[in-house]
Design a protein around this ligand. Structure first.
Ligand code: ATP
Length: 333
């Protein structure tokens, strides 16, 4: 079920009100500026695919900001279906933190656009705010983040793609705390390759078999979920290997390995493009707070099965603690 319908957590988190507290301000001193509504505070966790954005959001939401709610900003994860292939956070991993716009959109309908995201995510933000919660926008699609937070959004202007992209606007309609989870690309690429193998081991192949065998691939929008990394790559494999089965002979193995290799390449390319877009936002003056998670990923890549404790320790020290400090300071401002 879509977690966007979840009831909110109990409200324990004290966030500075978006309006000055009338009782604490002598009426004679209230000026038009102080009663003007301040911009609403949101936290945006951005970064390339695989960098640990979801994990960080749960760490922040559970350990400190008791009423945080996550709004997904990955444009493939908004669709229902292909949960393993698109790498959605599982219900178990969510640890009770409410998630919105995750698997919430029918993939057979029209493509989910930046305008759709702007409308739906801003409604969710208003709801979360009405519960005095903290909205955490989490996901790698920078175009969705841009469409949501920019003051004047023009759906016709593309600020990231094409030979002559439109200028990035730095006028924002929310008070945003941008946390950019970064991992040096060679280390991230190594990790992403391992992650693809793990996803295949944990059911991605079977999920895609079902997707193609059931004919779902013909029903989903080709420009939407049909573009998820894994779909075109395995479509080529199933064309060469009839019977929706794992490889059995020489030719099968070649086609399978080719599909896996292309998935790994395309995932690494995606990560590189995403970092390029983040740099574009930063160069345009967006105040992004970069958190370097490289050491934690290096530890993942070098640790054997008993090294989990060390990874968790590095993650805590180098990623969670600085992020908590940034958010705490942002909320106190
Ligand atoms: P923009 O942010 O400008 O829309 P973009 O389309 O290049 O840029 P993403 O939103 O990050 O960037 O996605 C690009 C492509 O990467 C998607 O069209 C899809 O093929 C693939 N992709 C992105 N996220 C996922 C995901 N979670 N699972 C599978 N594939 C994905």
């Amino acid at each position: 079920p879509s977690s966007s319908t979840w009831p909110p957590n109990q409200i324990t988190h004290m966030e500075p009100s978006s309006l000055p507290a009338a009782a604490s301000t002598p009426s004679s001193t209230i000026s038009t500026t102080t009663i003007r509504r301040r911009k609403r505070k949101i936290v945006v966790i951005m970064g390339p695919t695989g960098a640990g954005k979801s994990r960080l959001s749960i760490d922040l939401a559970t350990r400190f900001f008791g009423t945080s709610e996550v709004i997904n900003s990955d444009k493939m994860q908004v669709y229902a279906g292909l949960d393993i292939t698109t790498n959605k956070i599982t219900l178990e991993e969510q640890l009770g933190v409410p998630h919105h716009l995750l698997g919430a959109v029918d993939p057979t309908k029209t493509v989910f656009t930046g305008s759709d995201f702007r409308k739906l995510a801003s409604e969710v933000i208003s709801d979360v705010k009405s519960r005095r919660g903290l909205p955490l926008v989490v996901g790698g699609s920078n175009s969705l983040i841009y469409s949501l937070v920019t003051k004047r959004y023009d759906p016709k202007s593309d600020v990231f793609n094409g030979p002559d992209p439109h200028p990035v606007s730095s006028e924002l309609r929310y008070d945003c705390c941008f946390i950019w989870v970064d991992v040096c690309l060679p280390v991230l690429n190594q990790y992403l390759s391992k992650r693809v193998d793990e996803m295949l081991d944990s059911g991605m192949f079977e999920e895609l078999v079902e997707f193609f065998r059931s004919g779902e691939h013909t029903r989903v929008n080709k420009s939407g979920l049909g573009q998820a990394i894994g779909v075109p790559e395995f479509e080529a494999y199933f064309k060469k290997t009839p019977g929706f089965r794992r490889p059995e002979g020489g030719g099968d193995f070649e086609a399978y390995d080719e599909a896996v290799r292309r998935i790994k390449d395309n995932t690494c390319q995606l990560a590189k493009r995403q970092v390029g877009k983040i740099l574009r936002l930063r160069d345009a003056g967006w105040e992004l707070r970069r958190i370097d998670a490289t050491e934690a990923f290096r530890a993942v890549m070098t640790s054997d099965s008993g090294g989990g404790g060390r990874v968790a320790e590095i993650w805590e020290k180098q990623v969670v603690e600085p992020s908590m400090k940034i958010v705490r300071h942002f909320l106190d401002e």
